[in-house]
Write a protein that binds this ligand. Structure first.
Ligand SMILES: *Cc1c(COP(=O)(O)O)cnc(C)c1O
Length: 425
């Protein structure tokens, strides 16, 4: 420790002497000296590029850059940018730190939940057939490896598994599921937020799904990408025995958007890391997480563990009430606060009204808000039936959890204006 500090002092002095000499000679202007110090106010590249910042009344949607990082996470990202490190050492230390804090055996910071699912699949392939990273996806294709999934859990992220060379094998009943296991089965995947009303409905619950996979010695991945809050979910599912659980780093945990967590059994997480960047010739090579995002993800875990669910939910609800109160006198309008049970488990405001009476449809409201300055983005279920709970073409949907201080009032005033004077611009 002392020795290191001395070395740092020495090298720092050496650097100062060198730069002083350069400055005194005044021959070559140093590039570093010409720039503002790293702590100075940054150039606003959104303004430079003409990209407007938006008021996010939608939620943690990828197309809206999901969450804004809290100040402590922003600072961790900025501080990590100052120095190089050995990327594998950082990955290992970050994983160990996160595993300890989230009460699981192993953890890997990934470039998102989708990458976590790919790396879980690659680890399962490696574990099944002693397959090396450079043999994926070819070996999985040749051997006809499969991942078992309930038909109602098929989703857009299946792609994240398929790119490892596996086929997705669909099952519906428990009986189908038991019969689907073979010597080609490498993993099963459970979509934590699969809607019970899906067609066909989810017939196999989490516990049963996991138990049967383990009876066949097959690892089980749970996709819980958007399923925090509550905070305890960060250890609940690994605690149940899931071999892998993924979370998106940039959603409720409010880490960097291009970060995520793969949590689970140590041996399997180590295999996932072997299939990840910075290893070349690995399926995860293109899923690189930079040092800044690794540090930011660790800081986000620290941040979320310093929060409590009741206080966060109270804040989201208070903001929701600000908007609800401003719209009390809009004719025919009925508001409802809806809490999704699993994913995005935060208050959503449903504003249902008769567009013929009010003079503007929910989709028109969304368009006008999107076009104003600053633009306001409502939840994409606005004016859409079947997308979200009971919302339909006569419903505005919004969520307040991603609003910044003061923005609930701005959204409330803008909605009030459009819904009471739709023709005044
Ligand atoms: C958002 C999401 C993902 C992808 O998460 P990223 O962190 O953006 O990769 C995967 N699965 C589900 C269910 C999600 O909601």
């Amino acid at each position: 420790m002392t020795q290191r500090t001395d070395q740092q002092k020495l090298s720092r002095r050496g650097f100062l002497e060198f730069s002083t000499a350069v400055a005194a000679a005044a021959v070559l202007p140093s590039v570093a000296a010409a720039e503002a110090p790293a702590g100075a106010a940054a150039d606003d590249y959104y303004a430079k590029l003409g990209v407007p910042t938006v008021i996010n009344a939608a939620g943690t949607y990828t197309y809206l850059t999901a969450a804004v990082m809290p100040p402590s996470v922003q600072r961790a990202v900025a501080a990590a940018a100052h120095h190089p490190v050995r990327l594998k050492e950082l990955h290992k230390a970050a994983g160990e730190y996160i595993a300890k804090r989230l009460k699981c055996e192993g953890a890997l910071v990934t470039s998102g939940a989708s990458a976590a699912l790919t790396l879980a699949t690659a680890a399962s392939i490696a574990s099944k057939g002693n397959i090396k990273p450079e043999e994926i996806p070819q070996a999985a294709l040749e051997r006809g490896y499969e991942v078992i999934v309930q038909k109602s859990h098929r989703y857009e992220y299946d792609h994240a598994m398929i790119l490892c060379g596996v086929k997705v094998r669909e099952v519906v009943t428990v009986d189908d599921y038991r019969k689907a296991f073979s010597d080609r089965t490498v993993m099963t995947n459970y979509f934590n937020d699969a809607a019970p009303e899906n067609n066909p409905p989810t017939q196999i619950d989490r516990e049963t799904w996991l138990r049967i996979a383990h009876e066949h010695n097959v690892p089980c991945h749970l996709d819980a990408a958007a399923d925090m809050p509550p905070i305890e979910n960060l250890w609940k599912y690994t605690g149940m025995g899931f071999d892998f659980v993924c979370f998106s780093g940039g959603k409720g945990i409010r880490g960097p958007q291009n970060a995520g967590l793969l949590l689970g059994k140590k041996k399997l997480i180590d295999l996932a890391a072997e299939n990840d960047s910075p290893n070349s010739e690995a399926v995860g090579r293109g899923m690189k997480v930079a040092k800044e995002q690794i540090a930011g993800m660790v800081a986000a875990v620290d941040w979320i563990l310093s929060q409590d669910d009741a206080t966060m939910q109270r804040e989201f609800l208070d903001r929701t009430h600000v908007i609800q109160a401003a719209l009390k006198n809009v004719p025919t309008l009925k508001s409802e606060i809806f809490m999704p049970k699993i994913a995005n488990h935060v208050p959503h405001l449903f504003l249902r009204y008769d567009p013929k009476v009010v003079g503007i449809t929910p989709l028109q409201v969304a368009d006008k808000l999107r076009a104003q300055n600053p633009p306001i983005e409502l939840n994409p279920a606005t004016g859409n039936s079947g997308r979200f709970h009971t919302a339909d073409e006569n419903t505005i949907v919004l969520a307040t959890w991603m609003l910044q201080p003061g923005e609930a009032e701005v959204v409330a005033a803008a909605l009030r204006k459009l819904l009471t004077q739709p023709n005044v611009s």
